[in-house]
Write a protein that binds this ligand. Structure first.
Ligand code: NAP
Ligand code: G4F
Length: 376
């Protein structure tokens, strides 16, 4: 009988075997992520767990819950088999960073934590530099000490940014394009970038910088321009809002999908040699064009709903970002899979659904919170 059923069993296809092998890429590996509660942290955690990693994330203590983006992959610690472990910590606290290295023993560390809002960095330059620049340095030191003490090698990913190119000295921007930062955030990212390169060259650390151009998703923070626009589209369509106030519509950005970009972070750490890579789509459009596309997707004319407010202007602006991802393609075979049109549509669809739910609540007599006072 057993023989008969065995001969009847369908052989797995080549794709199924490859999928299985792929899913084991990270089995037995531990990754530590700072900024796990953010947009990229949540996508990266999902991606690494799907590869079999045990993922450890550093979460800031907050008086209200800040884990909304990762709740769906978190299992109560009393339940066995959870692949995601969270630890309280902060990039300003080097003691905790060192302690987590010694207790988690990660093979890979992804430094995504940041005060990542460019406009806000003009209001909080010192805090921004403390977290973005000094935080990266504290983490690099914690890793260096851990490696010296244990003799184990750790691979480090630094979340560098296209903001570092600022007043661009070359179009498109490549790994070799010099930096010209235009905000406290960008200055701090330049420091973190060069500290990473310096640790690679001084201590032979496997430390790499991903110079990522703007990447968005339905999980994007609501004060970044794309999400501010798509949230407004959803709410205007549902009759919950009349218009949206924006600043500079002329700046151009190379916008990609965050889900595509986190894969590249991982790919960089799987290489024998650490290196720095531009991660971009190779296309750039204005903020105005993105708004037009997003409103159009919901059947609305953006000109009727977008108004200018100078409070969203920055003391110094980055006018044009356009990345050249040729090195990522040539050396790692990475290509972006989502166009900006698909991205805008995905975000609008998500935010239409969110607004639909808000409307249901409002129609049932519930008062909706007004967050318009603290947007940027
Ligand atoms: P995000 O959504 O703003 O997430 C930032 C994360 O950092 C959050 O988890 C935040 O925690 C955490 N964080 C803030 N202050 C911290 C501190 N003092 N200690 C530890 N963690 C802290 O940013 P993102 O869009 O995911 O970006 C991820 C990284 O890539 C950032 O470093 C960003 O600067 C960089 N980057 C982003 C882009 C982009 O277009 N998205 C492009 C290039 C580079 P809370 O949730 O508690 O606030
Ligand atoms: O969406 P944004 O705030 O993103 P920004 O400044 O490009 O920074 C983002 O991308 C960087 C990568 O290049 C990251 F490193 C950084 O952490 C962050 O994720 O603004 C995009 C453009 C700017 O030119 C801004 O002036 O949109 C313009 N804009 C116009 N009106 C606005 C608004 N930006 C915001 N946030 N809010 C507005 O009302």
């Amino acid at each position: 009988m057993a023989k008969k059923s065995a001969s009847k069993a369908k052989a797995p296809t080549r794709e199924e075997v490859q999928k299985k092998l792929k899913a084991r890429d990270g089995v037995g590996k531990r990754a530590l992520i700072t900024g796990i509660t953010g947009q990229d942290g949540s996508y990266l955690a999902e991606f690494l767990i799907s590869k079999g990693y045990e993922v450890h994330g550093i979460v800031r203590r907050s008086s209200s819950f800040n884990t909304g983006r990762i709740d769906h992959i978190y299992l109560d610690p009393h339940v066995k088999g959870g692949k995601l472990k969270l630890h309280y910590g902060d990039l300003c606290d080097s003691n905790v960073l060192g302690k987590l290295m010694r207790t988690v023993h990660p093979q890979e560390v992804y430094n995504l934590g940041a005060q990542s809002h460019v406009r806000v960095s003009f209001d909080m330059p010192v805090f921004t530099a403390d977290i973005v620049a000094m935080g990266a340095l504290k983490l690099l030191e914690a890793i260096r000490e851990y490696q010296t003490e244990t003799g184990k090698q750790v691979r480090y990913y630094q979340a560098s940014s296209s903001e570092q190119y600022g007043k661009v000295l070359e179009v498109p921007q490549k790994e070799t394009t010099p930096f010209y930062p235009r905000s406290p955030y960008a200055c701090a990212k330049v420091m973190a970038h060069w500290a990473t390169v310096n640790y690679r060259e001084s201590y032979n650390m496997h430390a790499s910088c991903g110079i990522l151009f703007n990447h968005e998703s339905p999980r994007r923070g609501e004060t970044f321009v794309t999400r501010k626009i798509t949230r407004a589209v959803g709410r205007i369509k549902m009759g919950l809002q009349d218009k949206v106030f924006l600043g500079n519509l002329d700046s151009k950005r190379d916008w990609g999908f965050a889900g595509d970009y986190v894969k590249m972070m991982w790919m960089m750490l799987q290489q024998d040699e650490a290196d720095d890579y531009v991660v971009a789509t190779g296309r750039t459009i204005t903020v105005r064009k993105f708004a037009e596309m997003a409103f159009e997707h919901a059947g609305l004319n953006f000109k009727k709903y977008v108004e200018f407010d100078p409070r969203y202007l920055r003391p110094a602006e980055v006018d044009l970002l356009l990345g050249d991802p040729a090195k990522a393609k040539k050396k790692l075979g990475w290509v972006p899979e989502t166009s900006v049109e698909e991205l805008a549509a995905m975000m609008v669809e998500h935010d239409l659904e969110l607004a639909r739910r808000e409307k249901t609540l409002r129609d049932a007599g519930h008062k909706l919170p007004d967050s318009s006072g603290h947007d940027q």
